[in-house]
Design a protein around this ligand. Structure first.
Ligand SMILES: [Zn+2]
Length: 461
């Protein structure tokens, strides 16, 4: 018997976790952290609904925390098997888990110091020792090559665009008398992104588990460049700061690359770019290390140095240097994390700059429900950081064109070559309205049988 259980990203975007069972053998695809609403975040503290030691392998689609952030918990609850991912994803996973551990530890320390906790003592969800315990478990898997997990389960990774190293996972499952294939889309990237490669062509499959982050939306055509041109020109004229909260991995490199190109092409005046996130700086090193996996040769463009470390890019690793940015007058661009404004150094920039009407905050990524980022997108004139009110006097601008996720039209295009039709499509990784819209598009455009699974639902394949 073969079954598929949805332990995350079902009816929501975060917490991706799909358990596949073939008789008594099990594999987990992604092991993500829940983010956003408090009731969701609480789930990260729960033990898994399955025995971790019964899982033969974990396969990661990519290194974003909503796809890997529960790994340290899984290991703490007893998982000891291999963690398969592409080479860049392994590097990114190590980096982002360590960063997440530090954020958790600092946050717990801060809450305890300020007595902000309603519990006896605030604890981190996981710490750096939990993360270090995973190091020996990683097994790098190349694209387009079959890797065996057990005698009944093998997988192959296909490029998905999105961020460096991101993959779709094709599983081949062998029951006593049949073979069944399941394709997990992972996060599918956009086409024509200046930095990241286009998503590859997915293989045909019996079952498809497809993301739907933007299942009901179409990204407006290439206005991101014009928006950036306007915002940078304005920042230079007004000698002001353009503050850009950005995911440390992927978005920061994309924005840095874009601004650098705009300057090089004479479309905007020269402006200093400050990357204020140790993780983004390390992630940039990983991007430079795997330059051949981008659509653009970073080394060549930047001369001797990688363009992402160009002359106008200033890196702030140390906390002291980050704090000094508070006093900095423009014109300048500050890129800081976390991307959805859920923690990290961006928070002190928000406290400092949101009440200042000369600042512009450009929101360039997806903001999940319940995050501070989402409240800003929705036009809040006051937000709360560590329970303290912060007035929003700065101008807040949402830029859609830089999304790391395919819109529904691009998802339909990506899935175009999956023929014959999958027996069933499971639409996941989207808020309810987006998942419903994506399922609707697959039904009307392709006539595909779609199901939107509920959290913790198990289906037989
Ligand atoms: Zn992602």
């Amino acid at each position: 018997m073969i079954s598929l259980s949805f332990y995350g990203a079902a009816g929501m975007v975060t917490g991706s976790k799909y358990l596949v069972t073939v008789n008594d053998q099990r594999v987990l695809v992604d092991c993500g952290m829940f983010q956003g609403r408090k009731e969701l975040r609480k789930l990260n503290w729960e033990p898994p609904a399955f025995k971790p030691e019964s899982v033969a392998g974990v396969i990661l689609t990519h290194g974003h925390i909503d796809h890997i952030g529960y790994l340290p918990r899984l290991v703490r609850f007893g998982y000891r098997g291999p963690v398969f991912a592409t080479h860049p994803t392994v590097d990114i996973a190590k980096l982002s888990l360590l960063d997440a551990a530090h954020i958790q530890m600092e946050d717990a320390e801060y809450r305890n110091k300020k007595k902000l906790t309603s519990h006896e003592k605030a604890l981190p969800l996981f710490d750096d020792e939990d993360v270090a315990a995973i190091d020996a478990m990683y097994q790098a898997a190349p694209f387009d090559t079959w890797t065996e997990v057990t005698d009944r389960i093998r997988f192959r990774l296909h490029p998905a665009g999105h961020i460096l190293g991101a993959a779709s996972v094709e599983l081949e499952l062998t029951d006593d008398d049949r073979k069944v294939s399941v394709l997990f889309s992972g996060d599918v990237g956009r086409y024509g992104n200046p930095l990241t490669r286009n998503p590859g062509e997915p293989p045909s499959t019996d079952y498809l588990v497809c993301e739907s982050t933007y299942g009901g939306r179409i990204h407006p055509p290439e206005d991101a460049h014009q928006d950036f041109i306007d915002l940078i020109r304005e920042a230079v004229e007004r000698k002001s700061v353009l503050l850009i909260p950005a995911f440390a991995i992927g978005r920061t490199q994309q924005v840095t690359f874009l601004i650098d190109r705009l300057i090089e092409h004479g479309l905007v005046p020269d402006i200093d770019i400050h990357i204020d996130s140790p993780m983004a700086i390390s992630a940039t090193d990983i991007y430079c290390k795997y330059a051949s996996l981008h659509s653009i040769d970073l080394q060549k463009l930047g001369g001797k140095n990688c363009v992402l470390h160009g002359k106008r890019v200033h890196l702030h690793r140390k906390r002291k240097s980050s704090k000094l940015l508070n006093k900095m007058k423009g014109p300048a661009v500050i890129l800081s994390s976390s991307g959805m404004l859920t923690g990290g150094r961006i928070m002190h920039h928000l406290i400092n700059r949101l009440p200042d009407p000369r600042t512009t905050v450009a929101l360039v990524g997806f903001m999940a429900e319940g995050t501070t980022g989402r409240r800003l997108v929705d036009g809040a004139d006051r937000i709360y950081i560590h329970k303290q009110p912060v007035e929003v006097k700065a101008r807040v601008k949402t830029l859609h064109g830089l999304s790391g996720h395919a819109d529904y039209y691009e998802l339909l295009h990506w899935a175009e070559n999956i023929t014959p039709a999958p027996k069933r499509v499971f639409v996941t990784h989207g808020e309810a309205s987006q998942a419903a819209a994506m399922a609707g598009h697959f039904r009307t455009e392709r006539g595909w049988d779609c199901h939107i699974p509920a959290l913790e639902e198990t289906v037989t394949l």
